[in-house]
Design a protein around this ligand. Structure first.
Ligand code: SF4
Length: 226
């Protein structure tokens, strides 16, 4: 597998925010979101080739139960299932962070952390924008993920206008537990996070959705390895 980085930090987002966790960041994502905060991991070659045993060995450097497999987009990696299985064999709690663009069955996954992409993430470059628009949202895939895994749904909010699109997406996908829907400010820096947080908090109060923290931005200003 092409691994961009393996590091120990706190989970920054979602229901498990604040829990010390080992992160395995796989390289490669076709979406190229405009505001992607891990652009250094988007190319399929943005890392080193490890076999699964090497990844598991590195993860075990830290005496930590929680492992987050992230990217890039881990769900497009053909060896994801094997990696998750081996980590599960060590009694790890496994979160998989995905944009929800691909479904794989029977993964050893305790929490599928799905962040469907809205039109606010479309990149400016026309060729990338076409690929992004073709693949960013597949409600049938979302349905499969939601039906088959414990999940959380995190939407990135750039402005309050995004709410209508989120509501359309939820309606189209159908039967989503609103207590698992989270809104998080679009931000690449601590300053940006703080400046958008109040607007997102107001949206959460209006809708009942949950405010999603981003501790990696608040604490470390989104430095690589956090
Ligand atoms: S889906 Fe995630 S990793 Fe992929 S480009 Fe968008 S923000 Fe970056």
């Amino acid at each position: 597998m092409i691994v961009n980085e393996i590091f120990y930090s706190l989970q920054g987002e979602g229901f498990l925010a604040g829990i010390p966790s080992v992160f395995v960041r796989l390289a490669g994502c076709p979406l190229h979101c405009r505001w992607c905060d891990t652009k250094y991991a988007l190319s399929e070659s943005a890392g080193q080739n490890y076999d699964i045993g090497e990844i598991v060995e590195k993860v075990q450097k830290w005496p930590c139960k929680y492992v987050v497999i992230t990217g890039g987009e881990p769900m497009i990696s053909p060896e994801l299932s094997q990696l998750a299985q081996q980590l599960k064999g060590l009694n790890k709690h496994i979160t998989i962070e995905t944009a929800g663009i691909a479904y794989l069955p029977d993964l050893a996954c305790d929490l599928m952390s799905i962040s469907p992409k809205l039109s606010n993430s479309t990149p400016a470059e026309p060729k990338l924008a076409d690929i992004h628009e073709d693949s960013r949202l597949d409600t049938a895939v979302l349905r499969e993920l939601i039906d088959n895994y414990q999940y959380q749904l995190k939407f990135v909010i750039d402005s309050q206008d995004d709410l209508a699109e989120i509501q359309q997406t939820l309606k189209k996908t159908g039967n989503i537990n609103s207590e698992k829907v989270m809104l998080m400010p679009q931000a690449a820096t601590r300053q940006e996070f703080l400046s958008k947080s109040e607007m997102v908090a107001d949206l959460c109060k209006r809708t009942g959705f949950i405010f999603c923290h981003r501790l990696q931005i608040l604490l470390w200003n989104n430095q690589k390895g956090t």
